[in-house]
Design a protein around this ligand. Structure first.
Ligand SMILES: [Cu+2]
Length: 144
């Protein structure tokens, strides 16, 4: 292994070790769930596997309840705002959930009424990490 490849490998390993899971906020309000603020366009987030969603109650009395039969299961219970509830997603897929008071489990993984969806995709692959490592290596060489 030549020194340049070894250097890139070390940087790559360091890059992977510092890759961290994010926490994504979803607002809970009368009568929807959204990453955007209440009153704006409703946005159901797409997150990376290992990320945590933190739901933040902004108004009303609601729950965050996963539909039955999914790979991810969570239930906040019913709470008035202010309240928060978090769940870390370890599985890939689309996960529908609903408010136990203003929504419903529609069966077969779907939800209706006051409901939302979390889409979980893989973390950026090795190609992105290698690009970062190469960029880091190049910037280091330039400083010498
Ligand atoms: Cu509700």
């Amino acid at each position: 292994m030549n020194p340049k490849v070894l250097c890139a490998t070390i940087i790559l390993a360091a890059g992977v070790s510092v890759a961290h899971a994010d926490t994504v906020i979803v607002n809970v309000f009368n009568f929807d769930f959204s990453s955007n603020a209440p009153g704006q366009v409703i946005l159901d987030p797409t997150i990376n596997v290992g990320d945590t969603v933190q739901w933040v109650w902004r108004s009303g009395f609601h729950s965050v309840t996963s539909v039955a039969g999914g790979l991810e299961s969570f239930n906040s219970g019913n709470f008035a705002s202010p309240h928060t509830f978090s769940h870390t997603f370890t599985q890939l897929g689309n996960f529908n959930y609903f408010c136990n008071i203003h929504g419903f489990d529609a069966g077969n993984g779907a939800a209706g009424g006051m409901s939302g969806r979390i889409t979980v995709v893989p973390t950026p692959g090795p190609a992105a990490a290698i690009a970062l490592a190469v960029a880091a290596g190049m910037s280091r060489r330039r400083r010498r």
